[in-house]
Design a protein around this ligand. Structure first.
Ligand code: SAH
Length: 194
């Protein structure tokens, strides 16, 4: 598979990712927020992740500016990258679907917020972040460039380190023992592992 093909595949992935996000963001506007933990730090981290997983890959696809940092990858990595990209998009959509009206792009509690523990939330507590992790792996496999390829995994790792603890603390305060029990029987990102 040529570099052009893998760039086109990744761009289609970006379009699908944005479509899912925009559709759910529009539905979400009607739901009242009762606890908002959006901080300036949180906004910076979101910007970092959006740059890492979407903007820098787009710069790489649409311009020659990052070509100085290219390297070569074997063909099989592209094929594996497509499979992982598809899995990431499926999980991204399912996590939005299963969270339903409880979903927010930042740390928020909505009016009538319920704890979701079914569907893709049955074995792991953060399937949406798992989908972003899969996305970052696909990015590494499809974009052979030290900047555009690695920007996703670097920015996502920073975001995970700062966000998951805060999110779980917020949900613990909201749902108490119910969330504690959920924490005990599930893993954060990878079923049965971690
Ligand atoms: N971390 C989750 C959700 C990301 S969206 C995931 O990766 O799948 C972030 C919002 O989802 C947070 O504001 C929080 O209020 C909400 N949330 C996270 N887990 C939840 C759950 N199990 N049930 C209901 N709401 C949840």
């Amino acid at each position: 598979m040529s570099l052009l093909t893998s760039k086109i595949v990744f761009t289609i992935g970006i379009v699908l990712w944005l479509t899912i996000r925009i559709l759910y963001q529009r539905q979400q506007k009607q739901n009242t927020i009762v606890d908002d933990r959006k901080t300036p730090e949180e906004k910076v981290i979101r910007l970092l992740v959006v740059s890492g997983i979407l903007l820098l890959p787009l710069v790489y696809v649409l311009s020659p500016w990052l070509n100085f940092a290219n390297y070569r990858l074997p063909v099989w990595t592209n094929e594996l990258g497509i499979v992982i990209l598809a899995a990431s998009l499926w999980l991204f959509w399912r996590a939005h679907h299963d969270l339903g009206r409880n979903w927010s792009s930042t740390l928020q509690i909505r009016e009538g917020h319920t704890l979701i523990t079914n569907g893709v939330y049955h074995k792991i507590r953060h399937p949406m972040y798992t989908s972003v992790l899969l996305w970052c792996i696909a990015q590494l496999l499809l974009l052979p460039n030290w900047i555009a390829g690695f920007a996703g995994i670097v920015s996502f790792s920073i975001a995970c380190l700062t966000r998951i603890d805060k999110e779980e603390q917020m949900l613990l305060e909201q749902f108490g023992e119910e969330y504690e029990a959920y924490q005990q029987r599930t893993k954060r990102l990878v079923p049965y592992l971690f």
